[in-house]
Ligand binder design. Structure first.
Ligand code: MRU
Length: 380
C-alpha cells in the first residue's frame, strides 16, 4: 500500500482547506481510492445520503464543511447579517435531513445556528457572519480528532483496569468507527488503536457488518493499514466466537445515545449485546458527547433510518450484481437500539460513564459533573 505518508492519506475521509472540500468515496473502498469534490451543501447532502461519507461524527463534520465551502465561494450575496444567518440556518436544516438517526449532525447544526445568531445580532454585514461560520466549522473538524484521541485513552485504560486478569485483551467490534467514520483516529476503533499502542491488544475481531460491509471493507482496511492483529468474522459467527472464549470485551460506536444510555448503532449491535450478556462478556459503547441526545429519555424515541432494498438484493451496497431472488420483499433498518441494561459502560472524551449499580446511566449528571474539567478545545 505504499509508504507511510501515502497510507495516512488513504485513511483521510475528509480533505479540507478553505474553499475546497473532498470526501473519500467510501462506497468504493477498499478497491479504489477516489475523492469526490463537494462544492456546496447540495453536494454534501447527496454524499451523505448516498454513503460516500458515513459514520456519525464524519457526517456532522462533512455537512458543516459543505456549507463552509459553499459560503467561501459565494460571489453575489445581497443581504445583511440577519439574511446571512437565515441562509445558514435554512441550509443547516436541509443538511440535517440527509440521514435521520445519527444525532451528531443535528447537534452540530444547532450549535452552529446558535453561534451564528449571536454573531448576527452584533454585526451589520453578511461577510462577518459568513466568516464566523467558516471559522467555527473548521474548528469542529479539529475538535473531532482531539476528542477521539481522548476517547481512545480513557477507553484503553478503563478496559485494562476492568480486565486485570488478562495480560492481553481480545476485543470484538462492529461496523466502522475509525478514521473513516470520523475526522481521524476513531471512537471504538480509537480505543482499539490505543490498546494496540499500549501493547495490550491481543486481537481485534471485526464483523463483516452486512449488508453494507462497513466491517469487511472499511474496518478491516484500517486494521490492516495499522498492522493491528485482526480477524474478520461473519456477523453470524459472533455468538460462536464468544462461546469459544475468544472475546474479552465488545466495543462499538454510537449514532445516538439517549439520556438513559439506550444506544442506537449499526444494525446487528443489539444481537452482539444479547450474545455478550449471555456469555458474561462486558459490552462497551465509545462515543463523543456529541452523540448524546439528552432531549430524549430513552431509545424508544430514536428514529431508525430504513435504507433501500437494493442494499440486500445486490452486492456492493446495491451497486453490484443481484444476489437475492427477484420479487422477495425486504426490511432493511440501518440501525438498532441496544438497551442500557445491556451496556457495561459508555466511553466518552471526558471519561467513562458507568451505571453505578443501577439499570441505566445518568448521563445528564455525568455531563454536569465533567463540564468544569474540559479536556479539549471546544468549537463553540
Ligand atoms: O450507516 P453508517 O455506516 O453511517 O453507520 C455507522 C455506525 O453505525 C457507526 O458505528 C457509528 O456511526 C459510530 S462512527 C464513529
Amino acid at each position: 500500500m505504499g509508504n507511510g505518508v501515502e497510507q495516512d492519506k488513504l485513511l483521510q475521509s475528509i480533505r479540507y482547506k478553505r474553499g475546497s472540500l473532498q470526501l473519500l468515496d467510501q462506497r468504493k473502498l477498499p478497491l479504489e481510492i477516489t475523492y469526490v469534490d463537494i462544492r456546496d451543501s447540495k453536494d454534501g447532502w447527496t454524499a451523505i445520503s448516498d454513503m460516500v461519507v458515513r459514520g456519525a461524527p464524519a457526517i456532522a463534520v462533512a455537512a458543516s464543511l459543505s456549507l463552509a465551502v459553499e459560503i467561501a465561494n459565494l460571489r453575489d450575496f445581497n443581504g445583511a447579517s440577519n439574511d446571512a444567518a437565515l441562509f445558514i440556518s435554512n441550509t443547516l436544516d436541509y443538511l440535517v435531513c440527509s440521514r435521520p438517526t445519527a444525532v451528531n449532525l443535528s447537534d452540530a447544526a444547532n450549535k452552529l445556528k446558535e453561534h451564528i445568531q449571536k454573531v448576527a445580532a452584533n454585526a451589520s454585514e453578511a461577510p462577518t457572519v459568513f466568516e464566523a461560520y467558516i471559522e467555527v466549522a473548521e474548528i469542529m473538524l479539529e475538535d473531532d480528532v482531539g476528542s477521539n484521541k481522548a476517547i481512545g485513552n480513557f477507553g484503553a485504560s478503563f478496559l485494562q483496569k476492568q480486565l486485570t486478569d488478562r495480560r492481553k485483551i481480545s476485543v470484538l467490534t462492529h461496523c466502522n468507527t475509525g478514521s473513516l467514520a470520523t475526522a481521524g483516529y476513531g471512537t471504538a476503533l480509537g480505543v482499539i488503536r490505543s490498546l494496540h499502542e499500549k501493547g495490550v491488544l491481543e486481537r481485534t475481531y471485526c464483523t463483516e457488518t452486512r449488508p453494507f460491509n462497513q466491517g469487511s471493507r472499511l474496518t478491516a482496511f484500517e486494521l490492516v493499514h495499522d498492522n493491528i492483529p485482526a480477524t474478520l468474522i461473519a456477523d453470524s459467527a459472533a455468538a460462536a466466537l464468544m462461546k469459544a472464549g475468544r472475546v474479552d470485551a465488545v466495543i462499538v460506536g454510537a449514532d445516538r445515545v439517549a439520556a438513559n444510555g439506550d444506544t442506537a448503532n449499526k444494525i446487528g449491535t443489539y444481537s452482539l449485546a444479547l450474545s455478550a450478556l449471555h456469555h458474561g462478556i462486558p459490552f462497551y459503547v465509545a462515543a463523543p458527547l456529541t452523540s448524546i441526545d439528552s432531549s430524549i429519555s430513552s431509545g424508544e424515541e430514536i428514529v431508525i433510518e430504513e435504507r433501500s432494498a437494493k442494499e440486500l438484493l445486490y452486492t456492493h451496497g446495491g451497486m453490484g450484481e443481484q444476489v437475492a431472488a427477484s420479487g422477495i420483499s425486504v426490511w432493511n433498518p440501518a440501525f438498532d437500539v441496544t438497551p442500557a441494561t445491556h451496556i457495561s459502560g459508555i466511553v466518552t472524551e471526558k471519561g467513562v460513564i458507568t451505571k453505578e449499580g443501577t439499570d441505566s446511566f445518568d448521563i445528564k449528571a455525568f455531563i454536569i459533573n465533567t463540564a468544569s474539567h474540559s479536556v479539549q478545545k471546544h468549537a463553540i
